[in-house]
Design a protein. Structure first.
Length: 394
């Protein structure tokens, strides 16, 4: 029992509960401190994310040797197929259910968060997408040139980053999550806004779990391994994603969870988990498709045509690969599709952003948990094709 109370899931749950209670009773002075703490911790976590991406992806690519390019291609195909599959499934359910739903749209009456006491800007050394591109190119370059010296440096850098994750990022996450939920409770999002579209949110969350079930079933069938040996370790990552609403901010915990699995190959974890955190957003895509159809029905009195929705889904899968793994990243990256293909006006776009924000945490949790299934597929792929990890030259 004592071990449970010291575990990360327990600390994260405590953070959620304490944050909500504090937000319901806090005054402006307390909230000034809370939003300042959230801003500082958020800046620190954001700063560490590019380091984590570089520290894990680049060295893992060097361990793939001559198969690095092929594995990158396989990972991209898996992420895209999962995203558009989730989008098309969500579209089909939307056409079947949305016309029969009675949805309330009133979301007024929210309080404004007070301003931060001071802003501590800690700009990342580079953006997450720049770090991803840097990691891929440097990893491939080291593989092609067989530069042992750079390979050793990358392996040492991975050890440094792992230490930062263990001693800095993981310990501050419960406080960041507590401050996030404190803000939501103070604003009234939890008590006033959440009941709005509750039917839609429940349907979408059911879709998340069904899609994760499908991904893990396919991964288990393909790899010949028990997918439960992966998903049973993902509780802390799921809770963290609910609190941070960011695949990138959850990356450190996701890596720790995946490494506990006995059926995932370690080099595939180091390669796949950071990569999929940035290119695999199946939960967010599933949510966005269902929500744009809901908003269209509410504001414009009809659903988009089947052809329009299919085009939207196919393009959304591409945009999801390039979307930042931050809160609302998918919907922000695809605003051009919402206004250009679905022809939403300002009101439709604003309503879409509002209801997407209501469940963004659960979509992110689906993204993060689904990454474990795709990593299991990668593990099955390398074993079926007898791709062995190269030994470190440290």
């Amino acid at each position: 029992m004592q071990k449970f109370f010291k575990s990360l899931p327990f600390k994260l749950l405590v953070g959620v509960i304490v944050g909500i209670i504090l937000g319901l009773v806090a005054n402006d002075a307390i909230m000034n401190v809370v939003v300042t703490v959230k801003q500082v911790l958020g800046q620190l976590i954001t700063f560490c994310v590019p380091l984590i991406v570089i520290g894990f992806i680049a060295p893992s690519i060097t361990k793939l040797g001559n198969n690095a390019s092929r594995m990158l291609g396989v990972a991209l195909v898996l992420a895209y197929v999962s995203s558009i599959g989730a989008a098309l499934a969500s579209m089909a359910v939307g056409f079947g259910l949305i016309p029969h739903l009675s949805i309330v749209t009133e979301v007024e009456g929210l309080k404004e968060l007070p301003a931060v006491l001071f802003e501590l800007e800690i700009p990342p050394v580079m953006s997450v997408m720049s770090a991803l591109a840097f990691s891929l190119l440097v990893g491939l370059g080291v593989t092609w040139t067989k530069s042992r010296q750079l390979e050793n440096i990358l392996n040492e850098f991975q050890s440094v980053v792992l230490s930062i994750v263990t001693k800095v990022v993981i310990p501050i996450l419960p406080f960041f999550i507590a401050s996030t939920f404190c803000g939501l409770a103070y604003e009234g999002s939890i008590t006033k806004q959440f009941p709005v579209f509750v039917k839609v949110i429940v349907i979408v969350m059911a879709g998340h779990f069904l899609w994760m079930l499908l991904l893990y079933a396919l991964a288990g069938a393909y790899s010949g391994k028990n997918p439960v040996e992966v998903v049973k370790h993902y509780g802390p990552a799921y809770i963290t994603a609910v609190g941070t609403m960011s695949s990138a901010a959850t990356l450190a915990v996701a890596l720790r969870c995946a490494k506990k699995s006995s059926v995932l190959r370690e080099d595939m974890v180091d390669f796949g988990i950071p990569l999929f955190a940035n290119i695999h957003l199946c939960g967010s895509v599933l949510t966005e498709v269902f929500f744009v159809m809901t908003v269209s029905q509410i504001l414009y009195g009809k659903l988009p045509s089947l052809g329009t929705m299919i085009l939207f889904c196919l393009l959304l899968g591409v945009f999801a690969i390039g979307a930042p793994g931050v809160p609302g990243g998918t919907v922000m990256a695809s605003l051009g599709l919402i206004t250009g293909i679905l022809l939403f006006d300002g009101t439709g776009t604003a309503l879409m952003l509002t209801i997407f924000a209501l469940q963004d945490s659960f979509g992110t949790a689906c993204n993060v948990t689904g990454d474990g299934a795709l990593t299991l597929m990668l593990t099955g792929y390398v074993e079926k094709h007898h791709i062995k990890a190269e030994q470190s030259h440290l």
